[in-house]
Design a protein around this ligand. Sequence first.
Ligand code: HEM
Length: 197
Amino acid sequence: MTTPLQLQKRTMAIAGVVMTVYLVLHMLTNLNFFNQSAFTAFYDWYNNSIIRWLVLLVMAAAILLHVKTAIKIRHVNAKARTVDYKKHDRFKIPAVFVSLSIVFLFGFILIHVYQTLTFVSTDTYAEIVQLFQSPSMTLFYLAGLFVLLMHLHHSLANVLQTLGKTSFSCHCLAWGVPLVLVGGLASIPLYISVVMP
Ligand code: HEM
């Protein structure tokens, strides 16, 4: 029989997979930035399509479910484990810092979606260039992407461990996939602020 905790963990994992699939597609479509006409053609179509609103709806539901179930699972775990695990790591990031980074990631996603929804012109290419011409915005996005990298690595490593996969190649996979994903997204603000005239 499936326990409520197992159901919550499954819901959280499914929501995480939905967001990761979106992020892969988001990264691939945004890499079109390096081909201005393809990027503009894509966003001209996307922004006038019902798909944009469906995607936003699915993403909003996935983020809320993911966060809600994560909070519930944390609560259940904290109640069940009054004595902490014996620590083996010499270097351990304090729990409060981890919680703050997750709150920052959530805020980053909300601000990003708000910014893209309030672009004043229909020229998404020009809007993105303008956004990342601001050094503080570039830093803010790079910080958000760094937290996303750590979060994806941590989640993937945990999933692989649960599946009993602890080999060296799995360790590489848990770093490789998030690095490619986040690296692809980070290439846009980095290119605009460092390379573009
Ligand atoms: C530097 C990295 C990123 C760039 C350049 C970027 C670019 C964009 C662009 C161009 C849009 C659509 C603008 C429009 O509607 O005209 C958008 C929307 C969106 N982005 Fe990002 N994005 C980045 C990172 C992220 C991250 C890390 C997430 C995390 C989930 C994310 C989630 C979304 C969502 C949910 C939307 C609204 C739905 C959609 O239009 O697809 N983006 N982004």
